[in-house]
Design a protein around this ligand. Structure first.
Ligand code: SF4
Length: 177
């Protein structure tokens, strides 16, 4: 079984800032987080297989996740020019998705099976095929928010920083394994 030290080394090699473990059975799958998705501030609701309603209900997401015993939260911190640097945030989000893929590629040989989630979902294709069939079902990264995961709570449980201070943004992904 891969250790937290090994995960941390692979995360660092993928350019991520931090990672930490949480027992899957202790995770709260929150309807309130899902409600935030439904407000559609990220404009991804109903646009991708990685987001609601396509990912299924919170109960279905929870059942999918609880096929695994462990959860690794991982993050990457980005510096911004200021708190209104939306261009910086967009670029950081795109970079985070690349890093999450690089991390996945490095952990894949060490895990029999897993479920990978990332901030605001998949990002594998320029435009998601939804509602047509997913082009790469084995490469989907579900949205961590869509699964009802309360990232700030999980960061505390994993001993990680949720907020890295003014003029930064920190994005999170998760790995059930
Ligand atoms: S792999 Fe492509 S088609 Fe499938 S969910 Fe991701 S972005 Fe959409």
């Amino acid at each position: 079984m891969i250790t937290i030290d090994e995960f941390q080394e692979l995360a660092a090699r993928a350019g991520l800032t931090d990672c930490g473990l949480v027992e899957a059975r202790k995770i709260n799958f929150s309807h309130d987080v899902r409600k935030m998705c439904e407000q559609n501030t990220c404009r991804m609701y109903g646009k991708t297989w990685a987001c609601p309603p396509a990912v299924g209900t919170i109960e279905e997401c929870r059942d999918r996740c609880l096929q695994y015993d462990r959860f690794l939260l991982f993050s990457c911190k980005y510096d911004l020019e200021d708190s209104f640097d939306f261009e910086g945030m967009t670029a950081a989000m795109a970079d985070f998705k690349v890093k999450a893929r690089a991390f996945e590629a490095s952990v894949k040989p060490c895990l029999k099976r897993y479920l990978m989630l990332a901030n605001e979902g998949c990002g594998e294709c320029g435009t998601c095929a939804y509602p047509d069939p997913c082009r790469f079902p084995d490469r989907v990264h579900g949205s961590i928010e869509a699964y009802g995961l309360f990232v700030s709570e999980l960061a505390t449980a994993a001993g990680m920083k949720y907020n890295n201070g003014p003029n930064t943004v920190t994005y999170f992904g998760g790995l059930f394994y």
